[in-house]
Design a protein around this ligand. Structure first.
Ligand SMILES: [Fe+2]
Length: 301
């Protein structure tokens, strides 16, 4: 069967068919996936159940895997676990448990790992257990958001540096890190505008972790970030993925935001396993080098 990409929305997203991921992926097929991620930003592979080891093998094709550290229950592995199930017992965690407060952070629009110094290329999420209602993952394109701006607006955005801070984004949902946990996540800087090195298309690195615009007064920076987020996430621009067990979805963390929708966490089970692909080579680009030079000069002064 031929590999097929069926667009989901005009701006982004494609459903992929004509492949069985667990049977091994030829180099030409993987090149097609890689090209498609640059073009579509979100790739949906329906009905491709994977074990943990199969997910790791598939994920390694895309680049270096981020190890999970800190507060996520799967800390110490290559998985980030999005679930209301206790990792050891498989039973439902009480809603008052701190781990569920942490999970609620995923209801905010965000891109994964933007609070890390080395940003992520993409995430791969596999559905292991899904509730009968809710628990969708929703996506919007920050490439479309950038491209909708006027030339003057884009010129200003191109010049800005954004600070991302995990403590701020979890704080927005009332989750507080302990001092030891917070030490894992110092604030980091990124170019607000990201450029895809293959297509040259630009996008905005915004979302819940985006806390400030560097060199701007806090209020002005927060207002710009809120405005950009508001425009990017208008309901008519959203693709909402209704999960079936066995679905695999890959998204480009440089060009889309995502969020989980609420579900009945008391009576329904949800287990999603994410692998996250790191993008260390972006740190060698002029935009990142400039930011790092600036940061080091501040540290030194
Ligand atoms: Fe996420």
């Amino acid at each position: 069967m031929a590999l097929r990409f069926e667009p989901i929305r005009p701006e982004f997203g494609a459903r992929v068919s004509g492949v069985t991921l667990n049977l091994g992926i030829s180099d030409p097929a993987f090149s097609e996936f890689r090209r498609a991620l640059d073009e579509y930003s979100v790739l949906v592979f329906p009905d491709q159940p994977m074990s943990d080891s199969q997910q790791i093998d598939f994920s390694r094709l895309w680049g270096p895997l981020e190890p999970t550290k800190g507060v996520n229950p799967a800390s110490g592995t290559f998985f980030a676990r999005q679930s209301n199930l206790d990792i050891a017992t498989g039973t439902i965690i009480s809603t008052s448990d701190r781990r569920m407060d942490y999970q609620r952070g995923n209801y905010q629009w965000h891109a994964d790992s933007t609070f890390k110094r080395i940003p992520s290329l993409c995430s791969i999420l596999t559905a292991r257990e899904v509730p009968s209602e809710g628990g969708n993952t929703e996506f919007v394109s920050t490439r479309a958001a950038y491209e909708a701006k006027t030339e003057d607006e884009r010129r200003e955005l191109d010049s800005l540096t954004v600070e991302h801070d995990f403590s701020v984004s979890r704080g927005r949902v009332g989750f507080k890190f302990s001092p030891e946990e917070a030490a894992h996540y110092p604030p980091v800087w990124h170019p607000l505008v990201q450029t895809n090195p293959v297509t040259g298309r630009r996008s905005l690195l915004i979302g819940a972790h985006a806390a400030a615009i560097v060199d701007w007064p806090a209020e002005k920076g927060a207002a710009l970030l809120a405005h950009l987020l508001d425009r990017a996430t208008r309901p008519e621009l959203v693709y909402s993925h209704r999960w079936q067990v066995g679905d695999v979805v890959i998204w480009d963390n440089r060009s889309v935001l995502h969020r989980a929708t609420a579900y009945d966490t008391v009576n329904r089970r949800r287990l999603m396993q994410r692998t996250t692909i790191s993008n260390p080579t972006v740190l060698e680009t002029p935009a990142y080098r400039q930011i790092e030079t600036r940061r080091l000069s501040i540290v030194a002064s």
